[in-house]
Write a protein that binds this ligand. Structure first.
Ligand SMILES: [Zn+2]
Length: 183
């Protein structure tokens, strides 16, 4: 019997397999990336990060021929949950959102990154911010570049993230994917 759950399951397997198999196309590092990354890694203000991050997204989208993606840096703590001892159980560093129509490219693509840590409300480090932004951009690539209708955290997703990191941060350890942003 073709239950709705069964259909959904088969559908998600298709996206899972496609996500596993895909790689980021090889492109040269755009000349504007190193100065943008240096500025991002030295930034601390939410508005400053939003402007620099928006500029980085524009450069990446142009390099990979993707449609635009908006960025909001929310000056508020990461959405999180705590266990019954009050310890941090899970925090969402940021997320990617888009509307996926029946056919055609995704619409209203947007990334949101939280500017403050979950419990203490301190400004997140510039490297954590940058890692989150790159992670969320890979979700954008999955929808807008690969045409996936879902963007699961497969081994292929993290391989694309490593490729992206070695493109924009070639001096850093390519095996490090940074903190996991949660979504
Ligand atoms: Zn994610």
């Amino acid at each position: 019997m073709r239950t709705l759950a069964g259909v959904r399951r088969r559908g998600s397997d298709v996206w899972y397999a496609a996500s596993l198999a895909a790689a980021l196309p090889s492109v040269p590092t755009p000349a504007t990336v190193p100065p943008l990354l240096s500025a991002l890694l030295a930034s601390s203000g939410s508005r400053e990060r939003e402007l620099l991050g928006t500029a980085l997204l524009e450069v990446l989208n142009s390099a990979f021929a993707l449609q635009p993606c908006a960025l909001t840096v929310a000056d508020r703590p990461q959405v999180h949950s705590q266990d019954d001892q009050g310890r941090l159980a899970r925090a969402t560093y940021g997320y990617y959102r888009c509307r996926v129509p029946q056919s055609g490219p995704p619409q209203r693509c947007a990334i949101r990154v939280y500017h403050r840590t979950a419990v203490r409300g301190q400004v997140v480090s510039a490297s954590a911010f940058t890692n989150t932004l790159l992670h969320e951009w890979v979700h954008h690539y999955d929808f807008a570049g690969l045409g996936l209708r879902r963007s699961p955290h497969t081994a292929g997703f993290f391989a694309r993230l490593r490729q992206l990191r070695s493109l924009v941060l070639p001096d850093l350890d390519p095996e490090s994917t940074g903190p996991h942003p949660g979504r």
